[in-house]
Design a protein around this ligand. Sequence first.
Ligand code: NAI
Ligand code: MG
Length: 350
Amino acid sequence: MRARIAVLPGDGIGPEVAREARACLEQVASLAGHAFQFLELPIGSAAIDACGTPLPDATLEGCLASDAVFLGAVGDPKHDALPAHQKPEKGLLALRKGLGAFANIRPAFLHPALVNASPLRPEVVRGTDLVIVRELAGGLYFGEPRSLTEDTGTNTLAYSRFEVERIARVAFELAMGRRRKVTSVDKANVLESSLLWRSVVKEVAQGYPEVALEHQYVDSCAMAIVTRPTSFDVVVTDNLFGDILSDEASVLTGSLGMLPSASLGGKVGLYEPVHGSAPDIKGRGVANPLGAILSAAMLLRHSLGLEAEAAALEAAVGRTLDAGYGTPDLKCGRNHVSTRGLADLVRVNV
Ligand code: NAI
Ligand code: MG
């Protein structure tokens, strides 16, 4: 197949890991006979330097004209003093909005070889393989009215039926290709928005009789994620709860550098490792490229429909970890290699 992929390297270790993810996509394309065309575009601090704005119009237009977007990371301490609306991180928020993404998909998969890299007990985390589906475009972060005076800070938590329906459908579709279980997380004992959430999720579930649905309150779910993570398959929740639970779930997998993500539902899918630009390790060749490479696998699966190629890339990551290799962030008796070295091993294993 032919595909056009926008690559936004960004800042810090962003370009270091994006380069490796792109090379993996090129490797997959050449093995499977696909023609991928890459279009590199500036975002974040790099775009402020080059164009005076964190998301140049040409970058958004280039992304909208592509089949998928891959992003490294944004953020550079040299721009910390800028006002919030001019900061590098604003470029990413504007990009997500411009693409119209409403579903943030964050898998937390603990590779068996990394069972000792997690801070939690091996017998608790062994077998962890869950996905958090976070509603990304609504809820408390966007609700109106919002205001701040000297005495009162106000935000509004509102969801409408169509917003819950579309995110629930993403979760059930995902569950159909996995272990067919959805946990919907809310606070329906206190919040009206959660009562609507729960009833709409139940309605959507009727279209998926093969999928088991359970409801959990967010406080109890927060405990369960670190005490019995293997009881989850797909977790669907709102913007605020999803923000918190997905960071919590990330500790299950050993390193922030391992985690991929996808933001779907808009005109074009956006794929990025969960980590930031890591200025503390920038330019040292030690950044873990696996979160970026696994994000590239998600791109193959969700935007290009290349399931076999996605699975092959994931399996190559698995074999590389099984063989004992890793970057220094994986502190469980690995043979430590560089960013490039680890990505080269993945490519050999594809
Ligand atoms: P961070 O994720 O960049 O780093 C947190 C810690 O994890 C650091 O010690 C870093 O060295 C380590 N780390 C992160 N990714 C790694 C990798 N692939 N391999 C090995 N170690 C890794 O978060 P931090 O330090 O809070 O933020 C740094 C900058 O990144 C800020 O400007 C922030 O706004 C931005 N940021 C951007 C994100 C994005 O582009 N999606 C997400 C989070 C933060
Ligand atoms: Mg967060």
